[in-house]
Design a protein around this ligand. Structure first.
Ligand SMILES: [Zn+2]
Length: 84
């Protein structure tokens, strides 16, 4: 089966399906050849968002990752306790 050639929408470099980064945003499938191109796109996109919505989104995302870190910390604490 021939692999599809895809163009990075940020830098125009071509790559093959399965490589690169795919993001689904706003109902659109977006393809980037690398994480740095995806980040560049997201950074620009954020500027077009409503600042109030953006504030809420940042707060929610921060909370999500803080929770994740806390869970990881607790898990490693338990692991250390189990060793002793
Ligand atoms: Zn690119």
């Amino acid at each position: 089966m021939p692999t599809k050639r895809i163009k990075c929408i940020v830098c125009n470099r071509t790559f093959f399906e399965g490589q690169g980064v795919k993001l689904v945003l706003g109902g659109k499938e977006l393809y980037f050849h690398s994480k740095s191109c995806a980040l560049k796109f997201v950074k620009s996109m954020v500027l077009y968002l409503d600042q109030k919505d953006l504030e809420k989104a940042v707060t929610s995302t921060l909370k999500e990752f803080e929770q994740r870190l806390q869970e990881l910390e607790e898990r490693s604490k338990k692991r250390i306790e189990a060793i002793h």
